[in-house]
Design a binder for this molecule. Structure first.
Ligand SMILES: [Zn+2]
Ligand SMILES: [Zn+2]
Length: 180
């Protein structure tokens, strides 16, 4: 049961026990589905709201190959109106988790046979999230004069678009005529 006071599911849901696959020989695989309907804190700098998609784990000589095609909901900022909105990113992941773990890698399965999807998801989602996105295709953005969000209110500003360079020129002309 999920408590209503629980804001984020633990990222433990991203830790998969692959002991059974490790003891199976190379070539064995397991297909499953990730379906996480609630928010998960993946890392210090990343919370995902939802996640769903097929996941395949394959035992190889070197470890466990992770393949997944995920639809991930994140809270993003519209690059036009700067408001937060629910954004869905499609992420295709394919990564070999080494086992036994060599010295320097983020992706490994340790002696506890736990495969942690968190570092992989973080890497992939942050790349996707860095792409510009709009809250909706026809986002009207922010009024350059008064700063109001034009999706929510229409302001009375003169919306005649003036090229900023021409605006500077006009100010220059205004001030030089005032000097004269
Ligand atoms: Zn917007
Ligand atoms: Zn305005």
């Amino acid at each position: 049961m999920k408590s209503t006071h629980e804001h984020y599911l633990s990222h433990r849901v991203l830790k998969i026990n692959v002991g059974f696959l490790l003891s199976d020989g190379p070539g064995n695989s397991q297909d499953s589905r990730l379906d996480i309907p609630s928010a998960v804190r993946v890392a210090e700098d990343l919370i995902i709201n939802t996640m769903a998609g097929p996941l395949r784990l394959t035992r190889t000589k070197e470890g466990i190959l992770v393949q997944a095609q995920l639809r991930i909901g994140i809270t993003a900022e519209c690059s036009r109106c700067l408001e937060a909105f629910n954004r869905t990113v499609e992420v295709a992941v394919e990564e070999l988790y080494m086992h036994p773990a060599p010295v320097a890698t983020e992706f490994f399965v340790g002696a506890d046979a736990i495969l942690d999807l968190a570092p992989l998801l973080r890497a992939e989602v942050l790349i996707e999230a860095s792409q510009r996105a709009l809250c909706r295709p026809d986002c009207k953005g922010i009024c350059p004069e008064c700063g109001s969000n034009r999706n929510h209110e229409s302001c009375a500003c003169d919306t005649t678009r003036i090229d900023p360079r021409l605006r500077g020129l006009r100010q220059l002309l205004d001030s030089s005529s005032a000097d004269a």
